[in-house]
Design a protein. Structure first.
Length: 222
């Protein structure tokens, strides 16, 4: 009787052990499927976490190294935003750094003599853009920038990064912006702050004074 009871007890313990092992294996498999921790792809690490509900999942992207390095989704979203503003196909836009700079400054108010995000004037904005985007040191005022350019008189020959100049007060050069595409340019406007406008707008077309090209990567001196 004692031996029979012992055998039964041993059998029951065996069954319990099998069930426990099976349960642990299932939990480990579920964890492995739901976590899929840290798949590396270039400079970006992907961590995929599945919610408890099987119908939804969430993907978190963590940048490794340089926090300023954009993910493809972020850069595409930014370029799509500005492509719609200036009438371009997103795939034709490649200068992410330029549009990132514009996006960071967009809407900053105009302030004569200002050179930071509390307020900036047109020539300071252009000067900062050239320093950060094109690694080029420009002279400070719109008039001096005009005289340091190689002039372009036909607006059909303008390309991204060229400077556009205006006479908004009398005959002197008093305003400058950076050409983008399709007659659009970015500038610090006295009325709207940093914004994008078109050369075809009546106000700007009447005051257009010419455009110029700056050699990139150099220091401009008069």
């Amino acid at each position: 009787m004692g031996k029979t009871l012992c055998k039964i007890t041993t059998a029951l313990l065996g069954i319990i052990l099998i069930l426990a092992t099976s349960c642990n294996s299932s939990e480990e498999l579920l964890y492995a499927q739901s976590s899929k921790l840290v798949q590396k792809k270039g400079n970006i690490q992907f961590i995929e976490e599945l919610d408890m509900s099987p119908s939804t999942s969430r993907q978190i992207k963590i940048l490794a190294g340089d926090k300023n390095t954009p993910t493809q989704a972020i850069s595409d979203e930014l370029l799509n935003k500005y492509a719609s503003m200036i009438g371009l196909m997103p795939k034709s836009m490649s200068n992410y750094i330029l549009y990132k700079f514009i996006d960071e400054w967009y809407g900053v108010k105009y302030s004569y003599g200002g050179n930071d995000k509390s307020g900036i004037d047109c020539s300071a904005f252009v000067q900062k853009a050239y320093a950060e985007v094109f690694c080029t040191e420009l002279v400070r005022t719109a008039r001096d920038q005009f005289h340091s350019c190689r002039m372009i008189w036909d607006i059909d020959n303008l390309i991204e990064g060229d400077l556009v100049f205006f006479r908004t007060r009398g005959k002197r050069i008093s305003h400058v912006g950076i050409y983008l595409a399709n007659n659009f340019f970015v500038h610090a406007s006295t009325t709207g702050g940093v914004m994008i406008s078109s050369l075809t707008e009546t106000y700007w077309s009447k005051r257009f004074a010419g455009a110029g090209k700056i050699a990139k990567g150099e220091k401009q001196l008069l």
